[in-house]
Design a protein around this ligand. Structure first.
Ligand SMILES: O=C(O)[C@H](O)COP(=O)(O)O
Length: 197
């Protein structure tokens, strides 16, 4: 439909936790292969705008598609992942998931040096509303992360909660259809067949 605006949430591919920091760690070989599959999957969608979190793993997941589409990736600092620690330190998975689980049950909880879910949701929704208005009627990719993606989707529909987050994959792709600022449809485009190939 003419007036629909489409937001494609692209959660980044697999990223190694052995070097760099939260900002700089890139993609594993599987993450790179999956980024190529994302290019194949979305090329025919005719994406107009590419926007990303500033973290490398998010940019690297969408940059090939942007390149073959002849577009630049615009980076928004306020689309970075939920901040868990000071100094962009990498948080090991065995500590991260219990913490995220606790945070989703207490949106005012923050770890030392980190932010609350509500802080993260407020800063990301402010940007998303700006994007919906500025690029109304267009197809926009957001290169993103598990927690912040769930918070943005959860703002419009509470079924996007911790249970949803725990079932998502890396990468993952959701197409959200908006009429003005109202979410009218969500379709997962990253199918299970991609996960097991
Ligand atoms: O998408 C996410 O959940 C965050 O960016 C963390 O990803 P990670 O599995 O690479 O830590």
């Amino acid at each position: 439909m003419m007036n629909n605006t489409y937001i494609y949430m692209i959660r980044h591919g697999e990223s190694p936790k052995v070097e760099g920091n939260e900002r700089t760690r890139g993609l594993t070989q599987k993450g790179e292969d999956d980024a190529r599959k994302i290019t194949e999957l979305l090329l025919s969608e005719g994406i107009d705008i590419f926007i990303s979190s500033p973290y490398s793993r998010a940019i690297l997941t969408i940059e090939e598609l942007a390149k073959v589409s002849g577009k630049e990736v615009m980076v928004y600092e306020d689309l970075k992942e939920l901040v868990f620690s000071s100094g962009d330190q990498i948080f090991p998975d065995n500590e991260l998931y219990p913490l995220v689980n606790k945070m989703f049950h207490d949106p005012n909880l923050a770890s030392p040096g980190g932010e609350t879910l509500l802080d993260c949701q407020n800063r990301s929704i402010a940007i998303l509303m700006e994007i919906l208005s500025k690029y109304k009627g267009q197809r926009i990719i957001l290169g993103t992360h598990g927690a912040i993606m769930t918070l943005m989707m959860g703002y419009f529909d509470s079924k996007y909660n911790i249970d949803f987050l725990m079932k998502t994959s890396k990468p993952d792709v959701y197409r959200m259809t908006f009429q003005d600022n109202e979410l009218v449809d969500v379709k997962r485009l990253w199918q299970i067949t991609h996960d097991i190939q």
